[in-house]
Write a new protein. Structure first.
Length: 328
């Protein structure tokens, strides 16, 4: 490994460390002691997640530096598709096993349980082995799209570097005043809780009688590395990845730095990331080898795909806000 490559990789590691630190600071701004208390032991720690995740990403980066280890452009598309197929198969198998165990209860024979566990363990192992290569493929495609749109620094340097984790994101606990529909505060929750635990957390957050709370799912999260759910198709995944990278990119600009300053700024950031992320994600999808003509109706704008539903939802939102303002 020559001196120039080593210096560039050390610089990359330093930049990643800076981005990780900024993601910690940003998400701590919008939480509250009350929501932390409601979450209790179910709270999700970005710090400890980064401690566990980032070193693995660095190890894979070093591994790909050696000749023959990095995939070709044509291989990347196949790698991500294989990974997503494996992810869907694992989810389906996990549901089947869970239903089988629930149906049989304590009468489940030990040998059958062991066999099922081995099947699941093999799928989990295969997914773990393929994940880093799939993440690199997604990162390369989004990097190419961002660079083509001149979002990088001079001389083709992209900052922050694209860095994604293909993994189910944590849940999010959101609070809002009862008299107005706004996102007041939020707190991340571990994604392994059941619906009963969700209800308990929401009830604790609403205990003052003035707050509404909801524990909801996320498809992505702009940490660093950014969470990107692997439970959707490739085009949706690329849109989500681009969306989350834009949050990482904007944190170094006034728009992103002020994201957590108010509910309106949060909405503005999310709207901008949705619009630009869809465009950038579709370009990355094409760079990877995807065909935009597939499932075009699914990805058309809501106003075009179902204008009647869009009108109903907007009307419902307006009427709900009027009712809340009147104290009804």
């Amino acid at each position: 490994m020559n001196h120039h490559i080593l210096k560039s990789k050390l610089l990359w590691i330093f930049l990643v460390a800076v981005c990780c630190l900024l993601s910690l600071v940003a998400y701590n701004k919008f939480t509250s002691t009350k929501l932390e208390s409601a979450a209790g032991a179910h709270g999700f720690s970005i710090f400890w997640w980064e401690v566990q995740t980032v070193p693995l990403k660095w190890m894979h980066l070093l591994w790909e530096m050696y000749p023959g280890n990095a995939p070709t452009h044509s291989e990347r598309y196949l790698i991500v598709q294989e990974y997503l197929q494996l992810s869907r198969k694992l989810e389906k198998e996990s549901s089947r096993v869970e239903n089988t165990l629930l149906a049989k209860g304590l009468t489940e024979p030990t040998n059958i349980t062991k066999m099922i566990d081995e099947d699941l363990a093999e799928l989990i192992f295969q997914k773990k082995i393929l994940r880093n290569r799939a993440e690199e493929a997604v990162e390369a495609a989004v990097s190419e799209a961002a660079t083509q749109n001149k979002l990088g620094l001079p001389f083709g340097i992209l900052f922050p570097p694209t860095d994604f984790r293909l993994e189910e994101p944590p849940l999010i606990l959101i609070s809002s005043p009862r008299h107005k529909i706004i996102m007041e505060k939020s707190h991340l929750i571990k994604n392994d809780i059941n619906f009963r635990d969700r209800f308990i957390i929401e009830s604790k957050a609403e205990s003052d009688g003035k707050t509404s709370a909801l524990v909801d799912n996320l498809s992505g999260l702009g940490t660093y590395p950014a969470f990107v759910s692997d439970k959707y198709d490739l085009r949706y995944l690329m849109r989500t990845a681009a969306h989350e990278w834009l949050h990482n990119y904007w944190i170094f600009h006034p728009l992103g730095r002020n994201m957590w300053s108010s509910s309106d700024m949060y909405t503005l950031n999310e709207t901008a990331a949705n619009i630009a992320g869809n465009e950038l994600g579709d370009q990355a999808f094409e760079f990877l080898g995807g065909d935009l003509s597939e499932y075009e109706y699914k990805y058309s704008k809501s106003e075009t795909a179902n204008p009647h539903l869009t009108r109903i939802l907007r009307k419902t939102r307006t009427e709900a806000e009027k009712i809340l303002e009147n104290g009804d």
